[in-house]
Design a protein around this ligand. Structure first.
Ligand code: NAD
Length: 273
């Protein structure tokens, strides 16, 4: 872990990129580089001004290769094909990475694995510290309740979201299913309608709400006889992802080569339950 890591932000003009620049600044770390697509009109702009936090004196570059040597760690929230190229460059330069890009195909995931055999790479589908804490709580609840309760996952997102249930809801369902020795693919029930018959205990239900500007809300219910436990996470803006990614960046600098996730960053693997 480095006290003031030199961090490069890729996709610095994107929705997450701009907030990542803010999060690096808020954490008191050094923004060493900001990178956009070479053809982007944002190349040459000041990364701080783009992020709405005033001039930082870091100009957006169009080529990662030009600025890579200034960085100890790269945070990449861009797009799968771009991340694949960034992984190769960082591997050659021996620079650590924190990757938030989702939707990578099997080939791109293989490039990630290969890079992680030579440099440290953190990959998480959700960098929110709160979501990751929630998942740990879900594992604890699942372990203690075992097969004595019915489990339902309810998620709500804004009206523009195109997939359901959310990736985070599935992550939560998977963590619970793994803890209980169930296969989520076999036990998941998505929405209910018509004559469903009585509920089977082994199933894990998913319900989806879409509307307005909800950033992201997840509630998991453990429903027993005479009592119910609910674990809820509510995201109010994207800073929760950015702050988690910046925390991961500080953590990964100086680590051995390997593929890490937020459980490693947050030290969950050392917590006994
Ligand atoms: P966005 O489209 O607003 O931003 C992506 C940016 O990357 C754009 O500015 C684009 O120009 C830039 N980019 C593309 N190719 C590039 C390249 N070769 N070099 C440099 N920059 C390049 O998207 P977004 O909402 O910021 O999300 C970005 C990614 O992060 C998506 O895959 C999204 O699903 C993911 N995401 C992950 C988490 C998480 O916690 N893991 C959270 C939010 C978003």
């Amino acid at each position: 872990m480095s006290a003031t890591p030199r961090i490069g932000v890729l996709g610095a003009g994107g929705r997450m990129g701009r907030i990542l620049v803010q999060a690096v600044q808020q954490a008191g770390y050094q923004l060493a580089a900001a990178v956009e697509r070479p053809e982007s009109s944002l190349v040459g702009a000041d990364a701080g001004e783009l992020a709405g936090i005033g001039t930082l004196g870091v100009k957006v570059s169009g080529q990662l290769a030009d600025v890579l040597n200034d960085c100890e760690v790269i945070i990449d929230f861009t797009a799968p094909a771009a991340t694949e190229q960034h992984l190769k460059l960082c591997r050659e330069a021996g620079v650590a990475m924190v990757i938030g890009t989702t939707g990578m195909n099997d080939e791109q995931k293989a490039v990630l694995e290969e890079s992680a055999s030579q440099t440290p790479v953190v990959y998480a589908a959700n960098y929110s510290v709160g979501v990751n804490v929630s998942i740990k709580l879900l594992e604890l609840a699942a372990k203690v309740f075992g097969n004595t309760v019915d489990i339902e996952v309810i998620e709500a997102h804004h009206r523009h979201k195109v997939d359901a249930p959310s990736g985070t809801a599935l992550m939560m369902g998977e963590a619970i299913a793994d803890t209980l020795g169930r296969n989520l693919k076999e036990v998941a029930v998505y929405g209910r309608e018509g004559h469903t018959g009585p509920r089977e205990r082994q199933t894990i239900g998913f319900e989806t709400i879409r509307g307005g500007d909800i950033v992201g809300e997840h509630t998991v219910m453990f429903i027993g006889e005479g009592e119910r436990v609910e674990v809820t996470h509510k995201a109010t803006n994207r800073m929760n992802f950015a702050a988690g990614a910046v925390r991961a960046a500080a953590w990964v600098v100086g680590r051995e080569a390997g593929k890490y996730d937020m459980k490693d960053v947050l030290g969950f693997n050392n917590i006994q339950m």
